[in-house]
Design a protein around this ligand. Structure first.
Ligand code: ZN
Length: 454
């Protein structure tokens, strides 16, 4: 992986701040609006309720964008720009004041990161969740990485309706990952030391719908990564995800970290984590087949970085499973980051626009056996709201910002979680034959040199 250290960064984020929409988005029959008396969301309920059908719709949109733009959504291309536009539109309609951070890539083309932070929550204690939205030029990039993008978009859309939060949750959508992690590197480079210190964790979702999937949790307990020890908190960040999987009896396995957008955060000393369902590193083993079904002896994603990475070759089942843990982590850390950085919940802070907040808080519910209702204990500390923003400030040299005026959110309540439908690939049923160990070894021998996610 080539370094992105030489990326040219045009200073600062441009925040297109619009009046915070008083959106009331309904999740699973329970409304969490701006009413300060609303009960905090339960992370388990939130995880189960995120609308998977809406994620499927996002995926279809990204495929359509590729179809209309020479089959890809590569960074800087019309398909890439249209993908970014769609993300901005969805986040704006959900009620976010979306920031578009423009930067110039090493190749000299223009790209942008899209950043949406919850209006409430401490901005000095921020959980960051990210996914890259660009594809390689060879294909539509539906697993890599419309999968992570679509899931994150929907979690963001629904989390804002659960406010007020204790901690800010920031959703980031990176450009120019496929050209060398340029978007995430530009973002990290743009942060001050204080802003970096405000980050609880960075979770990354890159390829979470591999058609022959593994449920891989990025290994926050490894001795080191990319030449440096993992930052303290990475192990707890992994536990937060695996405790959720354990609570729903979802098998998982550690995934060796490699070469995606958490690299710049790791290099900056931020705890990191994420999910990954596998590419072409190695064929699925017999043991993995026993855990996850699919097809032993075949790659988790044989279409990696090819024209075959399309809507027909994405596992909605894998995205469904992973969406739960993304939502769980977001809701949990929005309530408390104590399990990762020791900072106990405080009174929810007010948003810059002054929306009231007075409700209690939800410590992270990480016990695998207790999908619970919110605890009865009130906030235990009373740190004053932080008034000095640590968000990236607008640049002194303003550049155009796209319009992000929120529109009225859909009034339709989202009933119980909907199953995916449609013609997309379904995997996971352990109905296919396990190939012999000899064939497996032969396949493996020929593929170990392939690296994932350049
Ligand atoms: Zn990727």
């Amino acid at each position: 992986m080539t370094s992105s250290a030489t990326t040219t960064w045009q200073h600062g984020c441009r925040a297109a701040v619009v009046s915070a929409a008083t959106a009331v988005v309904l999740t699973s029959g329970v409304a969490f609006g701006p009413d300060a008396s609303a009960a905090p969301v339960d992370p388990y309920e939130f995880a189960a309720a995120v609308d998977r059908e809406a994620i499927s719709d996002h995926l279809e949109t990204f495929q359509q964008i590729a179809d209309e733009n020479e089959g890809n959504r590569a960074d800087g291309s019309p398909g890439g720009v249209a993908s970014a536009d769609y993300i901005v539109q969805v986040l704006t309609e959900a009620g976010y004041a979306v920031e578009v951070q423009e930067f110039t890539t090493e190749s000299g083309s223009e790209s942008e990161n899209i950043i949406a932070s919850t209006p409430t929550g401490r901005d000095d204690n921020v959980a960051v969740f990210g996914a890259h939205y660009d594809s390689v030029p060879e294909g539509a990039g539906m697993n890599d990485n419309a999968s992570g993008t679509a899931a994150l978009l929907q979690v963001a859309t629904e989390l804002i309706a659960t406010e007020p939060l204790n901690n800010q949750v920031r959703f980031t959508f990176w450009g120019a990952e496929e050209t060398g992690l340029e978007g995430s590197a530009a973002y990290v480079d743009s942060l001050t030391d204080a802003e970096l210190e405000s980050l609880i964790v960075y979770y990354n979702y890159d390829m979470i719908g591999s058609p022959n999937y593994l449920i891989g949790v990025e290994d926050g307990k490894a001795d080191s990564y990319n030449g440096a020890p993992l930052t303290e908190g990475s192990a707890a960040a992994m536990d937060l995800q695996t405790d959720y999987f354990d609570s729903i009896e979802q098998p998982w396995q550690p995934s060796e970290m490699c070469c995606t957008d958490y690299n710049p955060f790791h290099d900056a000393g931020i705890p990191i984590g994420g999910l990954y369902t596998g590419g072409r590193e190695a064929p699925k083993t017999d043991e993995e087949y026993e855990k996850f079904g699919g097809v032993a002896g075949e790659f988790p994603d044989p279409n990696y970085h090819t024209a075959g990475d399309d809507l027909a070759n994405v596992s909605l089942e894998a995205i469904d499973i992973n969406t739960g843990v993304i939502a769980f982590a977001a809701a949990s850390l929005g309530a408390s980051s104590e399990s990762i950085n020791g900072i106990a919940p405080t009174e929810p802070t007010t948003s810059p626009s002054g929306s009231p907040s007075s409700s209690g808080s939800v410590p992270p519910s990480t016990s695998p056996s207790t999908p619970t209702s919110p605890p009865s204990s009130p906030p235990t500390t009373s740190s004053p709201p932080t008034s000095s923003s640590t968000s990236p400030e607008p640049s002194a040299t303003p550049t155009p910002v796209r319009s992000t005026a929120p529109t009225t959110p859909s009034p339709e309540p989202v009933p119980d979680r909907k199953p995916f439908s449609g013609s997309m690939a379904e995997t996971g049923a352990p109905a296919l034959a396990v190939i012999g160990a000899g064939a497996l070894a032969a396949l493996t021998a020929g593929t170990l040199l392939l690296r994932r996610r350049p």
